[in-house]
Design a protein around this ligand. Structure first.
Ligand code: ZN
Length: 228
């Protein structure tokens, strides 16, 4: 009888899950770093507020267009291009990149992430028109670190045909524009991947998605640049 009891108790013990060790955001990033030794992570930023997406997944393609002249203003608006997001948002984006790759595709390509309010101010000073830019006082989901502008890549790394370039203000950029079926299919694929991880779209920009599972405040913090 004692032996039987001992066995039951032993079985029960085995089923108990191991206690979860609490991990800070910085520890989490350092854990990630161990898996990607080729990237030297410089965690100078507050990891309770921000993650640099490339510190989580360096395979994600980044082309921050406002750090180049290839944007609707035609001028460099950011001192340098980095993709910072709120930690939960960044982790959701990493999952999306993985989801896309599991479909045999090349992953995602990001055009814009967190936009610090000082940079929003620069855009507003250059284009003070609410049809194209949110006033810095009002801000946007980008200024909260909760929006991402992105597209999908095929297995060769080429951007899928979405009907227009990023930041087109034409009607062709709207979700309801009657494009050819292959374009609608590409957009619908991006949309379904984003919704699965808690993002929602806006009607006028096929590339823009906002995270819905948490609220964040506007931020003035600007990342560091080494533009020597
Ligand atoms: Zn956007």
């Amino acid at each position: 009888m004692i032996i039987l009891w001992a066995c039951i108790s032993c079985k029960k013990q085995k089923k108990t899950p191991p206690e979860k060790v609490p991990i800070t955001p910085k520890e989490e990033l350092l854990e990630v770093q161990k898996k990607i030794p080729e990237r030297e992570i410089n965690i100078y930023y507050d990891t309770s507020r921000w993650y640099n997406i490339l510190d989580l997944d360096p395979s994600i393609q980044i082309d921050i267009r406002y750090a180049t002249e290839n944007n609707f203003v035609g001028e460099i608006m950011y001192d340098c291009g980095e993709c910072f997001l709120r930690p939960e948002v960044a982790k959701a984006i990493v999952k999306i990149n993985k989801d896309v790759k599991e479909k045999g595709m090349g992953g995602i390509k990001i055009f814009d992430c967190y936009r610090p309010r000082p940079y929003q101010q620069r855009l507003w000073d250059r284009v003070p028109d609410q049809r194209f830019v949110s006033p810095p006082s009002k801000g946007s989901m980008h200024t909260r670190g909760a929006a991402v502008d992105l597209t999908l890549l095929d297995k060769e790394g080429n951007e899928l045909d979405m009907g227009t370039d990023f930041d087109s203000f034409e009607k062709e950029a709207y979700h309801n524009f009657p494009h050819e079926p292959h374009i609608l299919k590409n957009r619908s694929l991006l949309k379904s991947m984003m919704y699965k991880r808690g993002f929602k779209h806006i009607s006028t920009e096929w590339w823009h998605y906002s995270y819905t599972l948490q609220n964040y405040s506007l931020s003035d913090w600007v990342w560091e640049c080494n533009n020597d």
